[in-house]
Design a protein around this ligand. Structure first.
Ligand code: F3S
Ligand code: F3S
Length: 110
C-alpha cells in the first residue's frame, strides 16, 4: 500500500484524490489518508503530489514510519466527533471530508 506522510499536513493539495482509480484517499482535517485495505497499489497518486508526500510503505524513511500505522488508525479508530470507525466505505466521494484526524496527526508539529 501507499501512505500519506507529513508533507501533506496543513498543505492538502488534493491533486492525489483525482488520480486514484479506486477513490481510496480520504480527507481528514489536516491531511489526507489512504485506506490500506482499499488501495490497489497503483502509485498514480504519488507522482502528482507537489510536495512528494505519498510513498510506498516499502520506502518510507524511518523518521516517518509512524505514519504507516497511523494511516490504518484513521479507519479503525473512532475519530473525534464520530460514533463509529470509518472502516472501508469503498470510496471517499461517498462519505466526503471527514473533518477530523488521528490523535497523532492532530498533535503533529514539524
Ligand atoms: Fe496531500 Fe499531496 Fe495529496 S499534499 S492532499 S498528498 S496531493
Ligand atoms: Fe490510489 Fe494511490 Fe493506492 S492512486 S490505489 S491510493 S497507490
Amino acid at each position: 500500500t501507499f501512505v500519506v506522510l507529513s508533507p501533506c499536513i496543513d498543505v492538502k493539495d488534493t491533486a492525489c484524490v483525482e488520480e486514484c482509480p479506486v477513490d481510496c484517499i480520504y480527507e481528514g482535517s489536516r491531511k489526507l489518508y489512504i485506506n490500506p485495505d482499499e488501495c490497489i497499489d497503483c502509485g498514480a497518486c504519488a507522482s502528482v503530489c507537489p510536495v512528494d508526500a505519498i510513498k510506498s510503505t516499502r520506502i518510507v524513511p524511518a523518521s516517518e514510519a509512524e505514519f504507516i500505522a497511523d494511516e490504518a488508525r484513521f479507519f479503525t479508530d473512532i475519530l473525534p466527533g464520530r460514533d463509529a470507525p470509518i472502516g472501508n466505505p469503498g470510496g471517499a466521494g461517498k462519505i466526503g471530508p471527514i473533518g477530523a484526524d488521528t490523535a497523532f496527526v492532530a498533535s503533529y508539529r514539524r
